[in-house]
Design a protein around this ligand. Sequence first.
Ligand SMILES: *[C@@H]1O[C@H](CO)[C@@H](O)[C@H](O)[C@H]1NC(C)=O
Ligand SMILES: *[C@@H]1O[C@H](CO)[C@@H](O)[C@H](O)[C@H]1NC(C)=O
Ligand SMILES: *[C@@H]1O[C@H](CO)[C@@H](O)[C@H](O)[C@H]1NC(C)=O
Ligand SMILES: *[C@@H]1O[C@H](CO)[C@@H](O)[C@H](O)[C@H]1NC(C)=O
Ligand SMILES: *[C@@H]1O[C@H](CO)[C@@H](O)[C@H](O)[C@H]1NC(C)=O
Ligand SMILES: *[C@@H]1O[C@H](CO)[C@@H](O)[C@H](O)[C@H]1NC(C)=O
Ligand SMILES: *[C@@H]1O[C@H](CO)[C@@H](O)[C@H](O)[C@H]1NC(C)=O
Ligand SMILES: *[C@@H]1O[C@H](CO)[C@@H](O)[C@H](O)[C@H]1NC(C)=O
Ligand SMILES: *[C@@H]1O[C@H](CO)[C@@H](O)[C@H](O)[C@H]1NC(C)=O
Ligand SMILES: *[C@@H]1O[C@H](CO)[C@@H](O)[C@H](O)[C@H]1NC(C)=O
Ligand SMILES: *[C@@H]1O[C@H](CO)[C@@H](O)[C@H](O)[C@H]1NC(C)=O
Ligand SMILES: *[C@@H]1O[C@H](CO)[C@@H](O)[C@H](O)[C@H]1NC(C)=O
Length: 477
Amino acid sequence: MLISVLFLYHTLFGLSKAIAIKSPYPYNDISKVGTQQDLFKYLDGSAPYVSFPVNTSISKEVPEGCKMTQVQLFARHGERYPSTSAGKRILKIWNKLSNFTGRFNGTLSFLNDDYTFFLNPENLELLVSENNTLNPANPYLGSLDAERHAEEFLAQYSDLLTKGGNLTVFASSSRRVHDTAQDFIQALGNSYNVDLQILSEDPSQGANSLTPAYACGTWNESEGSEIIDQFDTNYLVDIADRINSNNIGLNFTQTDAFNLFNWCAFENNVRGYSDMCNIFTMDELLKYSYYTDLESYYSDFEGCSVCRAIGSIPFNASVNLLTSKEEDLDQKVWISFTHDTDIINYLSAVGLFDNGKPLTGKHMPFFEHIFRKAWIAPCGARLYTQKFSCNGDSTTQNSTQSFVRYVLNDVVIPMENCNSGPGFSCELSDFVNYAQQRMDGIDYVQQCNSTQYSNETALTFYWDYKTKNYTAPLLLQ
Ligand SMILES: *[C@@H]1O[C@H](CO)[C@@H](O)[C@H](O)[C@H]1NC(C)=O
Ligand SMILES: *[C@@H]1O[C@H](CO)[C@@H](O)[C@H](O)[C@H]1NC(C)=O
Ligand SMILES: *[C@@H]1O[C@H](CO)[C@@H](O)[C@H](O)[C@H]1NC(C)=O
Ligand SMILES: *[C@@H]1O[C@H](CO)[C@@H](O)[C@H](O)[C@H]1NC(C)=O
Ligand SMILES: *[C@@H]1O[C@H](CO)[C@@H](O)[C@H](O)[C@H]1NC(C)=O
Ligand SMILES: *[C@@H]1O[C@H](CO)[C@@H](O)[C@H](O)[C@H]1NC(C)=O
Ligand SMILES: *[C@@H]1O[C@H](CO)[C@@H](O)[C@H](O)[C@H]1NC(C)=O
Ligand SMILES: *[C@@H]1O[C@H](CO)[C@@H](O)[C@H](O)[C@H]1NC(C)=O
Ligand SMILES: *[C@@H]1O[C@H](CO)[C@@H](O)[C@H](O)[C@H]1NC(C)=O
Ligand SMILES: *[C@@H]1O[C@H](CO)[C@@H](O)[C@H](O)[C@H]1NC(C)=O
Ligand SMILES: *[C@@H]1O[C@H](CO)[C@@H](O)[C@H](O)[C@H]1NC(C)=O
Ligand SMILES: *[C@@H]1O[C@H](CO)[C@@H](O)[C@H](O)[C@H]1NC(C)=O
């Protein structure tokens, strides 16, 4: 149905006139698009992509005197619609708002205008793209994010690719993960013959997967709940009370208040802004953000007893790629797309954000709080492992040496105890020693009891994709 709407064109075309046009899109205030970026780092990784918010100020370009020899990319799908369950919780709030017969007051007064709800059940779980966005001027489409990312990737790493050559890319079988990979590949252009291998997310894929958590039978969803439950949730009561006292009869609950943060995040993905974000104070955003870090820390990171074992699957594969002889590998670029939790499991094995201080539910630590989910795994998250060789120190016998470092969401994150190489990198043999220590005593198959699902006990697809040809059917999950 065509709805007549007002588009404020001044942002787009420098005109300050409002022009009425026919559009299939509901009312959007273009002047608000893209103005809430500062909030994304508090929103549990559900909001659009942001670079890692604390810049170490180290250049991510290859250091002087060095040559990039391999790059691995472990990436999350782009900006998405909520999951079916998160979508239902938001819809419940919308029903409550729709049933309210009074005029909305205070921060909810935007609902008195011709506001259109941003969720449609048929889009749940999907990547946000030009095909399903609510706003043609939305800069946060997951598809666009993947395209921009591919362009940035080419600008930095195209020397590792061969024009006219083959490149194989890997994705898990979730539709939005696959679609992100496709959009990334499309933006690489026609100079490369790119093949996409699709790894099943089914537990039967065992360890040979981009989602090895699914075959971890011992993973305990409730682990750490006694710590998480200690966190003071009065801020949610405050939000609900504030809204209810301004809108008598609305009856928002603490749970509604909690789910409104997701509303704010996901509406930004879909519309490019969300008036709902204005209901929170900065202190409330900080508390919510810490709570989501607590949840993630105990379900997918160091607070989870099997997560280091789950993450050892991609970590060990990464080390094996880094230590392979160049002539033994078909490519220098290893690109994989998966989910936020898989990236967090992986980093749990790597130890990049492990300061040995478990997050507490009793209070909010500020200086010891280095694990921040929304900084690590926003939509479109990208973890690069760079390997470069540099001219050796003349005092050693080595003419060249190899070094490794991580670049997460555009920022170089040095390893805390190994960063004396060029660009704060870690010398390869030191890195390998570190990795071996980190994985000492770790055994995915045993700790996860994974043989109940699968006999695949290691990640082999980077080495056997040519003969195995992974073509799992896509799933909406
Ligand atoms: C981080 O700092 C470096 C060095 O100043 C700069 O080149 C880079 O653009 C910054 N990155 C981000 C994401 O702000
Ligand atoms: C809103 O009203 C509909 C029917 O008009 C009812 O089915 C639904 O339960 C109400 N929702 C809430 C949250 O009160
Ligand atoms: C969007 O639609 C176009 C044209 O129908 C199609 O080629 C493309 O694959 C779609 N993209 C997504 C992400 O569904
Ligand atoms: C590229 O892949 C095709 C099969 O898809 C194969 O026939 C060809 O030999 C490959 N080229 C190189 C240089 O490996
Ligand atoms: C899972 O974690 C909860 C909360 O810590 C604990 O009570 C429960 O015993 C654990 N379950 C198993 C099977 O370890
Ligand atoms: C609207 O909110 C103001 C405070 O922001 C309050 O004084 C007033 O009573 C509210 N009106 C209604 C109808 O709830
Ligand atoms: C809020 O609760 C009151 C009292 O239980 C009830 O009369 C009213 O219908 C509720 N309002 C909504 C919007 O559900
Ligand atoms: C890592 O991979 C190597 C080579 O495949 C294998 O021998 C080793 O057992 C693996 N280690 C872990 C912790 O998975
Ligand atoms: C030379 O480099 C290799 C591999 O990086 C390392 O194992 C070895 O210890 C180095 N030798 C010297 C003399 O630095
Ligand atoms: C491991 O899986 C088997 C099923 O194959 C089950 O009988 C056993 O209880 C599981 N062990 C643990 C520790 O979960
Ligand atoms: C693992 O392999 C054994 C022996 O081939 C087979 O009997 C069993 O069904 C397999 N288990 C799974 C989960 O595939
Ligand atoms: C891999 O499978 C796909 C889909 O079935 C097929 O199109 C492709 O030709 C296969 N590639 C190889 C190298 O077998």
